[in-house]
Design a protein around this ligand. Sequence first.
Ligand code: HEM
Length: 422
Amino acid sequence: MASVLETSDVPVSRGLCTLAVILSVIALWEARHGKKRGIPGPWGIPVLGNLLQLGRKPHKTLTTFRPWRLAHPEKTVSFINQTNLQSPLMWLISQSSGMVVHVQFSSWPNRIAQNALASLSNKKTNPIEATIASEADVLVSRLLNSNLQPKDPHTEIYLSVGSIICAICFGKRYRKLQEHLTTYDPNEIRDVTDCLIKATIQTPQEEKEAVGLTDEHILTTVQELIGAGFDTIASTLQWAVLYMMSYPDIQEKVHSEIVSQIGQVRPPTLSDLPNLPMTEATLLEVLRHSCIFPFALPHSTTKDTELDGYAIPKDTLVFVNLWSVSRDAEFFQDPEKFDPSRFLDVSGSVIDKAKADFFLPFGAGRRKCPGEQLARMELFMFFARLLQKCEMRTPKGDNPIIDSKYGLTLKPVDFKTVFTQR
Ligand code: HEM
């Protein structure tokens, strides 16, 4: 059975412990035939392993597959760092979903992307805050345009989130790559594309050759960012509308908090975040409960390794089951319940950091999501403006259904909402 958690572990570590979860469907079969102990779990069949047992909601099925808990969380991070994105599966995913257009298998572009995004979504300078604020206004007015008719907010949310990611990658006027190259000025970095060009120019040729990257590889990272930064944020905002419509009492609490702190007119800014604990807790609960990226991206081990005494051969397909972390009943009491107050401390006025750091919506290790900071910023600004200006109600006669369509990311099943101006 599962090895036991150290109760003295800091919460982040506990989250990583629960990555127990590093279950590999194929490895379940493969490792048993190795010399060391194989990974615990139900028996599978040769080649296919447990694939046929996964069902329509694999994240839920795998959570019931006897996960084991790790006594040494730092080993989990170092284990994740011995994996990389699994090339053939990533290729399949990118072809079928179009979400990641040009998959980069090296962690090199990830690091460059991380730096580029950090410089543009930096909490202190916030160069894109104004862009997000004005797009949040556009979203509010588009949703309110529906004249009290039930509306599926999907298209409006995708249009607004799409505008932000294009503005971040190509600047406000959506300049194309070639145009960027001809107008590039190292003294005036305008957007992510300029950051990537700068990194390309500054990286010594030998270093680029050593990791097998061409300039083109680095530049196509921008297309990945568009794919990854678009669908994830838009899906999370759709979930947020669905939860708020389904839990009107929570919606009222968030609205009242926003109005009491910043009023009904002034748009929320990032500096308001510390004064809006209920708003932040609700967003955290949306991220936890919807868990849009249940298995992160498929990884595979880059060498023979072991984890907590279990043998994991090179090239083993590894999924990090983030869903099971978000549903850990030991840490999140009654995990199926949508309850933002779980992220507040006993006074109800401060975010419980231990809880907030416990679950890992953005993954962990060196391939962790490079867009985390930007995502948190965007989600807060869109969500706070929506809750300030709109009331979201379930259409008469409807019963809100909180369920997901399974894919690389979990999206809510289609729903309609009545938006009313506050
Ligand atoms: C709610 C929003 C988001 C969530 C929950 C999310 C979550 C994740 C997760 C779990 C991974 C996989 C980590 C792994 O497999 O180890 C990932 C990867 C990635 N994310 Fe995000 N993400 C979000 C938003 C964004 C945004 C806004 C961007 C960029 C603008 C972005 C860019 C990426 C990229 C490029 C990767 C691939 C990283 C690599 O190749 O190593 N994400 N994200």
